[in-house]
Design a protein around this ligand. Structure first.
Ligand code: SF4
Length: 253
């Protein structure tokens, strides 16, 4: 039987994400198996049947609109972004119009959002790149999207899935990052590693919907500060509960 000191040590290593799973640990970090991940996916899908078609969200619209709104959504809420959607596209409905915009006039429309200086600059530069390199259309590959100013993998994944119907990766936002670590899909808070771990655990056809399900669960149940574990539909499969953390206010993500 494992001595108490060893169990505590493994537990600490697990929480710190420092165990690489290479030997025979009493509490391995990487315990999640594909069938368990599939059960969790099915439970979340049953709990949030509308999450995969988020009506009225920033990811609805033309590819150009989805791209622009997703760039704007960094470090801010969808609700705040949706407030600027109408005036922004009324004045700049196309890449041609936005590429020719004066930065201060774009800033005037989006000034309620965080980082609006940088975002206005990126919107204009991204529109110019669409014109210069992609014939005015939103490109359809990850590598191409990553050449656009203001676009990282998260934004590119959202545009690819919601605007173009492609699963090339998995968008890891703040909810996905927090839940992946808590539930036990991944052992790190590094978004690039989390994305790779999720891509291994889940079939490609589910990648885009997985993000929407985890966001829905993060908003409704698995709050950053006060997760509602008692009523959670996946509490029986969640690492957070297995580690005895339910009922305990977790540290900020
Ligand atoms: S059991 Fe708790 S920590 Fe785990 S997913 Fe549910 S709410 Fe989040």
């Amino acid at each position: 039987m494992m001595a108490r000191g060893s169990r505590v040590a493994w537990s600490i290593l697990e929480r710190l994400g420092r165990f690489d799973g290479g030997s025979n640990p009493p509490y391995p970090i990487r315990t999640m198996k594909k069938p368990d991940a599939a059960r969790i996916y099915a439970a979340l899908l049953k709990r949030y049947p509308d999450a995969r078609e988020p009506a009225g969200k920033i990811c609805r619209g033309t590819p150009f609109e989805v791209l622009i709104l997703t760039i704007l959504s960094a470090q801010t809420t969808d609700k705040a972004v949706l407030k600027v959607k109408k005036p922004l596209f009324a004045k700049y409905p196309t890449p041609e119009k936005l590429a020719r915009a004066k930065q201060e006039e774009v800033e005037e429309i989006i000034h309620s959002l965080g980082y609006y200086h940088a975002k206005a600059k990126n919107l204009i530069a991204a529109s110019q790149t669409l014109l210069d390199t992609f014939g005015g259309s939103v490109p359809g590959t990850m590598d191409e999207l990553l050449t656009l100013p203001g676009v990282g993998r998260k934004t590119a994944n959202i545009v690819l899935y919601h605007a173009l119907g492609k699963n090339e990766g998995i968008a890891v936002d703040t909810h996905v990052r927090r839940l992946a670590e808590r539930i036990g899909f991944s052992d790190t808070d590094n978004v690039a590693v989390i994305e790779k771990d999720l891509m291994v655990l889940f079939p490609r056809k589910d990648w885009g919907d997985l993000t929407d399900l985890l966001i829905a669960h993060g908003r409704a149940t698995c709050d950053a500060k006060k997760p509602l574990c008692t009523g959670c539909v996946i509490k029986g499969m969640c690492r957070w509960v297995r580690m005895g953390k339910n009922g305990v206010t977790p540290p900020s993500p």
